[in-house]
Design a protein around this ligand. Sequence first.
Ligand SMILES: [Zn+2]
Length: 100
Amino acid sequence: MQKSMGITLRTANRGRHNRTNQFIIMICNKAKVLMSAAIDGELTAKEEEELSDHLATCAQCRDEFQEAKNTKIIIQERMVRVKAPKNLIESIVRMTTVIS
Ligand SMILES: [Zn+2]
C-alpha cells in the first residue's frame, strides 16, 4: 500500500496533458462512484480500501467526500425534522406517475 501510494503521487506530479493524467481522472471518476456507495454503506472491504487509497493521494476527492458526507448528514436531519403530509406525498406520487 505504501509503495503504490508513492507511485500515484509521483505520476500525479508529472505533466498534465499526458496519458498518466487521463488515468488519474479515470481513478477520480471511479472514486466518485465508490464515494456514493460508501455514503450508502454499500462498499465491500476491497472497495473501501481502494477508496481510502485514492483519498490519501487526491485532495480534491477528499474534499468532495467530506462534503458528500456532510450533505448526507444534512439530508438525514431534514428528513427526520420535516415530515411531509401524507396527501402531499400522494399527489407527488400521482404527478410523477402521470409524467413518466
Ligand atoms: Zn481523485
